[in-house]
Write a protein of this length. Sequence first.
Length: 88
Amino acid sequence: AVPCKHRNVTGMYLRMNNGNSMMLDVGEGTVGQLLQVWKSTLPKSASAVDEYHSRLLGIKAVWISHPHADHHLGLLRLLSERSAIGGS
């Protein structure tokens, strides 16, 4: 399958009850897709930037199912975005 406007590469975000989360695969473009979804679910009074930072920093683990590019090429952007906002 080829990524298109209605379908993207693999990347699943799992958020736990304690606020922490993990990613199952991080295909290229996953971080951008997460930002779009998160912005659309925020209440009008919430700061999109603060929520984006909070959720990125809440990702505590990334599991890559196998070494195909469509399952891991977004990892570099995820790590660089976290680094830019002070995440380890």
